[in-house]
Design a binder for this molecule. Structure first.
Ligand code: UDP
Length: 487
């Protein structure tokens, strides 16, 4: 290797999917690479750039070579209302195909950018299959970020391969997912639509994602080896995927300001929340949040409110209502007065990692988005699992059947859209699981002990010498010696 090659600073492009649950960890990963002295360029739409620019600017002023490249999002050209740049703004599932149409229109600007900058590699979300073709044109290795864990990918693959849900007599009958390191049980109700409903759009998207997988260099996984060793091995050795586990990536955010500005602007002053939590006993507060996108109907919110009140435990509850429902009418009469000092309701967006990391938080009622679960494990907090959509039922199974650090609320049915209108879980059940998790029963104590151990492992994994740190080093070293195939 000549001197100039040895001194060449690797340049990586990041192209996140425009949904906060994908974008937030992708930005964390980009910042992790920058912290290892790789030059980083992140492609964002104007709206998303405005949300993340403060954090990126701070990194740059700390001396890192990290930049944002803005791409206009062609909403109108794709038949969407003006101003839509993020899944968050979609108001119905019918808008999804047009959203993907707009994304695919970004292929040309992407190719121009690749031509101009010739990055050494590109990390893009699994939904951005346009990147595969563009990267291939320039011989640039393309990595996939799917935003989930090894376990759910292994379950998904087994379901596709063995179809164990066929021949089951009822939707609520349990079946075992074959060929996995543990006995994992699920029902047909919990399966996503792509196993049950024929849809041209979905089939095409799945085919494109599979094609992107086959052509990619490998996967970056936001997990750590010690959390799911058997599934990390299964993924690599049985499924034959090249993958690097580099998480928990949320630990890139050490300073309070990084935690506060991780995602949308919080709807509450962070100091107010911290002061409020400071008044509470250690591990006495339940945090409730259903992720970045989901919206819950009034009937279910009412059940949650009553269940929380009946349980008697303190809570911080992040509420996002259905877009077309009146915001103020979901609480029982006099609830806010009765809960004064006991419960804190945050509308829309909370500084989640900051809250989870506070010693007063002793439980998390979560919709089982992977980021939320991993952030919760990292904070050493056990969970109440309430999966709604995407791969969240698999994540619930990892938490409850494998890691045994959470209690199911009893959600049974996979949802095809981020809004849930019915009150599937009643207040009695909610009150009951909250008491089980937050109380001093032996089962809950054991969960607290296990999750605390995992939290320590998570923190060690990203320190120098830890498993995630080492995997990231190995990847960077490999890329330094990568040679483009001659065309
Ligand atoms: N998040 C947050 N505040 C909120 C809601 C969500 O900071 O009020 C963050 C959360 O910390 C996580 C991400 O948004 O990093 C949500 O990702 P997840 O995979 O849990 O769920 P999704 O939003 O993809 O359904």
């Amino acid at each position: 290797m000549g001197i100039s090659e040895a001194n060449h600073q690797l340049h990586v492009f990041f192209f996140p999917f425009m949904a906060y649950g994908h974008m937030i960890p992708t930005i964390d990963i980009a910042r992790l690479f920058a912290a290892r002295y790789v030059k980083v360029t992140i492609i964002l739409t104007p709206l998303d750039a405005s949300i993340f620019s403060k954090t990126i600017d701070r990194d740059r002023s700390s001396g890192y070579n990290i930049h944002i490249q803005i791409f206009q999002f062609p909403a109108i050209e794709a038949g969407l209302p003006e101003g839509i740049e993020n899944v968050d703004a979609l108001t119905s599932p019918e808008m999804i195909p047009n959203f993907f149409k707009a994304i695919n229109m970004l292929q040309e600007p992407l190719e121009q950018l690749l031509q101009e900058h010739q990055p050494d590699f590109i990390v893009a979300d699994m939904f951005l299959h346009l990147v595969t073709e563009a990267a291939a044109k320039f011989g640039i290795p393309r990595f996939i970020f799917h935003g989930t864990n090894f376990f759910s990918e292994c379950v998904q693959k087994s379901l596709k391969c063995y179809k164990p849900y066929e021949g089951i007599t009822s939707d609520s009958e349990t079946f075992v997912v074959p060929g996995l390191p543990d006995k994992i049980e699920m029902t047909r109700l919990q399966l996503s639509d792509d196993f049950k409903v024929e849809s041209e759009f979905n089939t095409k998207l799945m085919d494109q994602m599979r094609d992107a997988e086959l052509k990619s260099y490998g996967f970056l996984v936001n997990s750590f080896y010690e959390l799911e060793p058997a599934y990390a091995e299964h993924y690599k050795n049985v499924m034959g995927r090249r993958a690097w586990h580099i998480g928990p990536v949320s630990l890139r955010n050490r300073e309070t300001m990084d935690k506060v500005q991780r995602g949308k602007k919080a709807s509450i002053d962070e100091q107010y929340v911290l002061n409020w939590l400071d008044t509470k006993e250690p591990k006495s507060v339940l945090y409730i949040c259903f992720g970045s996108g989901s919206r819950v109907g009034r009937a279910q919110l009412l059940e949650i409110a009553m269940g929380l009140e009946d349980s008697g435990f303190s809570f911080v509850w992040v509420v996002r209502t259905l877009k077309n429902e009146e915001e103020e009418r979901f609480l029982p009469e006099g609830f806010e007065e009765r809960m004064e000092g006991k419960g804190l309701i945050i509308r829309d967006w909370a500084p989640q990692v900051l809250i989870l990391d506070h010693p007063a938080v002793g439980g998390f009622m979560t919709h089982c988005g992977w980021n939320s679960i991993l952030e919760c494990v990292t904070a050493g907090v056990p969970m109440i699992t309430w999966p709604l959509f995407a791969e969240q039922f698999h994540n619930e199974n990892l938490v409850t059947q494998v890691l045994k650090i959470g209690i199911r609320v009893g959600a049974e049915q996979w949802n095809s859209w981020i809004e849930t209108k019915d009150a599937a879980v009643k207040k009695e059940k909610i009150g009951n699981v909250v008491t089980q998790l937050m109380g001093d029963r032996e089962e809950a104590e054991e969960m607290r002990t296990r999750v605390k151990e995992l939290s320590e492992m998570a923190r060690r994994a990203v320190e120098e010498g830890g498993s995630s740190y080492a995997d990231l080093t190995a990847l960077i070293e490999e890329l330094k010696t990568y040679r483009k195939p001659s065309t």
